[in-house]
Design a protein around this ligand. Structure first.
Ligand code: DGY
Length: 432
């Protein structure tokens, strides 16, 4: 466990970030955190790979390669790969019933891997290894993007369908309150939960949320996890602005890799997907000028702005006017939540300062938002996001998330992706 710390121990934090990644290494993959999330999580691993690439590119490639061992034959890359026994986590393999080997969940997570692969490829000092690793990984990355654009967009609308809040990584975001509200739970899993035994329950999703999301798992099991059937008929079908943005950004990165490898057919297909997905964003614009997630069943945009609303910058799909709008909006948020960027609108009634994705800031999301603002020329704002993120980690350690009012840590401790982002982005020594 990490103690609260002073803000002047940068070198010490570098060493602790390395030590944490080592401690959470289970031999080829890294657990997000040893108590709450003891297996390999999809987008966690992609960010962790970016962290490894700051000091060990061989290990960075391995993190991605191990993740793709869980890839399904239809291209889907699951949210969790249960490489080892799963008794101390709920829901484990039996609850998912996917009968996959290695055991996996039946849902996916934000597709950060292609972006991570491009970063590692650039960083790797061993060019022979970099070429070999990229060549070996590319078909698996491409198959996953194909799955997103075809299986999860069966009608070719340019909007990727998400069928479960856990796919978004922003599990209990207010974005999913509307889509989940119609789901009458058919299961009661409150006694099976383990997460709220190791983390303060007020910082975790509610039992009602768990009962609803496990009802979705039961629906998918009844469809034998058939990709298109799941995409077309689950009780929750949304376009998550987070995934839509992260996917488009990753498409651009994968396209750059395809061009590097001279894979012309794949490059052409990627250009087509990029064009269609870019057009899809027009469906995600609210009348006030913000971007929001869309409930594909009801046709309603989310009633609330979240941290995902800044990610079109990261996807490079925002116009200069959009960027200005987002910068103005974030200035407003900053007045009440000085530690940027709250995961949900701090002025909205659904805001909850400490409950998981309903308020606290997440360093990996900040990393993407700051990169986006910097790209659009908002360097001061990008630096304020970096500096306040760094202050949280320096004062409170590698926590899962942080309270946007006070900077205090919330959720689990000793988080791999927070350590990885310290090494890649927050560490002031990186600035020079
Ligand atoms: C959990 O168990 O809380 C995860 O976020 C699901 O992926």
């Amino acid at each position: 466990m990490q103690a609260e710390r002073n803000s002047n121990d940068v070198a010490d934090l570098n060493a602790q970030a390395h030590a944490l990644l080592k401690a959470n290494d289970r031999g080829g993959y890294t657990v997000p955190n040893h108590s709450v999330y003891p297996f390999q999580w999809n987008w966690d691993s992609a960010f962790v790979a970016i962290g490894f690439a700051t000091f060990d590119c061989g290990r960075a490639w391995q993190e991605l390669t191990t993740l793709f061992k869980g890839q399904w034959s239809d291209g889907m890359v699951p949210s969790i790969v249960f490489h080892s026994n799963a008794d101390h986590y709920y829901p484990g393999p039996a609850a998912w019933g996917t009968h996959h080997e290695p055991p996996t969940t039946g849902i996916t997570q934000p597709p950060v891997a292609a972006t991570a692969a491009r970063k590692i490829y650039r960083a790797d000092p061993d060019r022979t290894r970099a070429d070999a690793e990229l060549r070996a990984l590319f078909p698996a990355l491409y198959a996953w993007h194909h799955w997103w654009h075809v299986t999860r967009d069966p009608d070719g609308t340019g909007l990727a369908t998400v069928v479960h809040p856990w796919e978004t990584g922003r599990d209990n975001s207010p974005d999913w309150d509307g889509p989940l509200s119609a789901i009458v739970p058919t299961v009661d899993v409150s006694m099976l939960r383990k997460d709220n035994k190791v983390v303060d329950p007020s910082e975790r999703p509610t039992d009602l949320f768990y009962n609803r999301v496990m009802t979705l798992v039961e629906e998918a099991k009844a469809l034998r996890w058939d990709g298109v059937a799941v995409a077309k008929s689950l009780s929750m079908r949304v376009c998550d602005l987070g995934i839509q943005s992260i996917l488009l950004r990753a498409d651009h990165d994968l396209l750059a890799l395809a061009e590097t490898l001279d894979f012309t057919r794949e490059a052409e297909q990627l250009r087509h997907w990029i064009e269609t997905a870019t057009k899809g964003f027009e469906w995600l614009r609210a009348p006030d000028g913000s971007f929001r997630s869309l409930d594909l069943r009801s046709g309603h945009l989310s009633p609330c702005v979240t941290s995902a609303s800044f990610l079109p910058l990261y996807a490079r799909v925002a116009s200069a006017d959009d960027a200005k709008f987002m910068a103005t909006l974030l200035h407003e948020w900053e007045k009440t939540t000085p530690y940027l960027v709250a995961s949900s609108d701090p002025y909205h009634e659904s805001y909850d300062a400490r409950r998981y994705w309903r308020g606290p800031l997440w360093i990996v999301v900040n990393y993407m938002i700051a990169e986006g603002f910097a790209h659009y020329g908002y360097h001061d704002l990008a630096e304020r996001i970096r500096a306040s993120s760094a202050a949280c980690v320096q004062r409170h350690g590698f926590r899962e998330a942080f309270d946007s009012h006070t900077g205090q840590g919330v959720g689990g401790r000793d988080f791999s992706w927070t350590a990885a982002m310290w090494l890649e982005w927050l560490n002031p020594q990186k600035l020079g």
